[in-house]
Design a protein around this ligand. Structure first.
Ligand code: AMP
Length: 478
């Protein structure tokens, strides 16, 4: 089950964690709109409130009031497929012989079925088909035999794939990032405590300071009294596999991930797009909101090159319509685009327009927008995209589409141009992405744009030697 989600964990000195958790989840709402939850611990017992719905609808004063304790974790969830299923909502919590566990997961395991089968044979009963429960059971089992750090290390050696986790073992909050650092996770410092979150925007919301990213393969243990944290580098690999699409689309522009402010990355990608495939038209227009930073970088690069471009917000967005992908059928998706975006006719009529967006997935949005532009009187419509063509599915936790649905999986750029009826179409190169993010290609997960994955996935190619995790000797198993 692919899980594009947001996670958070907080330990405070003399204040309940529920409200700061709630605010953090609001800050991470873009990472998942289907369900939200908080689990806290008051030193004696766990308190949990997990429901389907948006953060603002899931919690009321009463719910927050009963979530006692200075330590807690939270989650927002949006799974790719399947019916709304409360059994998959998180944080997942479980009580076992040596205490209680709560777990929030962002990412996707590639060997969950194998680990689940193995645990089921040992007598573990599963209530959902989600990855998170598999991690929780594996960890619970290891905790019967090992201390916390060794138990986490053992679980990390068993599960493969992408995971940023916040975990609560009794009243201790932990953060874990998978050895390739696929999904983001950061540490922040508050006046009276510490926070772990998918994105730094959540720390800003709490008036905290970003300390740093959690390192790939690192375990961070927050002190339950809110006074500090300990770090354990449990697994080290030769390369990372940071998801480039976090920077392109998924994360908030005001978040800082792996050393790069997402907004700056998007603007620079826009500049590169102009350098690689700029076309001079009367108007440069972002597809709101995802294309905005790209378009401003693109227009700036054009101006630097001495071209007199008119940067115009020619598409107005109805902010009350959810993300297009929430609509399950193609017909509904098409209607959603019309509901969501409306052109300002004066800025379009009689003009040659360049439309800028971050990505084309199924092609629904660009097809509709090119048509909208023409209906509004545009003379020419050119489309520029701030990412390479998405040719293959994401197995690592971003809810994308199946291979059959991806317009670029079996069409050339020219064929896509024809399909979306644009006068011209160009995408950004993979190299521009790596250079802008200041990463080697081998340190990024580029699976959706190359079809080669950094993980061993059944039926798919891999872009590297699949590495065995190297366990740090100081904590190595006997
Ligand atoms: P499509 O209409 O299927 O081609 O999707 C492209 C549009 O969806 C672009 O405006 C993107 O900003 C946006 N988008 C890209 N990836 C995703 C995703 N994983 N979930 C929801 N929307 C996305």
């Amino acid at each position: 089950m692919h899980e594009k989600c947001g996670v958070v964990g907080i330990s405070l000195q003399d204040r309940d964690a529920a409200r700061p958790l709630y605010y953090s989840l609001y800050a991470l709402q873009h990472r998942g709109q289907e369900a939200a939850g908080i689990v806290t611990h008051d030193g004696f017992q766990q308190h949990s409130h997990v429901e389907t719905g948006l953060v603002g609808d899931v919690f009321d004063e009463g719910d927050l009031g009963q979530l006692n304790g200075e330590n807690g974790i939270g989650h927002v969830r949006y799974p790719t497929s399947g019916a709304l299923d409360k059994s998959c909502a998180q944080p997942f919590s479980v009580s076992f012989k040596s205490g209680s566990l709560g777990l929030s997961h962002n990412g996707n395991l590639v060997n969950a079925d194998e680990v689940r089968d193995e645990l089921a044979e040992l007598g573990h009963a599963f209530t959902s088909d989600g990855d998170t429960e598999v991690i929780a059971h594996d960890l619970a089992r290891n905790l019967l035999e090992e201390d916390l750090v060794r138990a986490v290390k053992r679980t990390m050696g068993r599960i493969h794939g992408s995971y940023s986790l916040t975990i609560m073992h009794d009243d201790t909050v932990l953060g874990v990032r998978d050895p390739k650092g696929n999904r983001p996770l950061v540490i922040g410092e508050l006046e009276d405590g510490y926070v772990l979150a998918s994105e730094s925007a959540a720390i800003d919301t709490l008036d905290g300071e970003l300390v740093r990213d959690v390192e790939p393969g690192e375990l961070v243990v927050l002190h339950p009294d809110g006074t500090g944290y300990d770090s354990y580098q449990l697994i080290e690999e030769d390369s990372t596999a940071h998801c480039f699409f976090e920077h392109v689309y998924f994360a908030r522009p005001d978040s800082n991930i792996d050393g790069t402010l997402v907004y700056d990355a998007r603007r620079e990608l826009g500049r590169r797009l102009y350098a690689e495939a700029g076309i001079d038209t009367d108007v440069v227009m972002p597809v709101p909101d995802s294309g905005r930073a790209f378009a401003s970088g693109y227009a700036e690069a054009a101006q630097d090159a001495g071209v007199d471009v008119n940067f115009a917000e020619g598409l107005m967005k109805n902010r009350y319509v959810g993300r297009t992908f929430i609509m399950p059928t193609q017909d509904e998706r098409e209607r959603a685009v019309r509901l969501k975006l409306n052109p300002i006719k004066n800025t379009v009529k009689g003009k040659r327009v360049t439309l800028i967006d971050d990505s084309i997935v199924r092609g629904t949005t660009s097809t509709q927008l090119v048509e909208l532009m023409r209906d509004a009187g545009a003379e020419e419509v050119h489309v520029r995209i701030g990412a390479p063509p998405i040719v293959a599915p994401c197995y690592m936790g971003i809810d994308m589409a199946t291979r059959e649905e991806l317009i670029a999986s079996d069409m050339s750029v020219e064929e896509i141009r024809e399909t979306i009826h644009a006068d011209s179409l160009a995408y950004l190169s993979v190299d521009a992405i790596a250079e802008t993010l200041d990463q080697q290609r081998d340190d990024l997960c580029l699976g959706c744009v190359t079809g080669e994955y950094p993980y061993d996935i059944d039926g798919e190619a891999t872009d590297r030697e699949v590495e065995r995790p190297v366990i740090q000797s100081s904590l190595a198993d006997d």
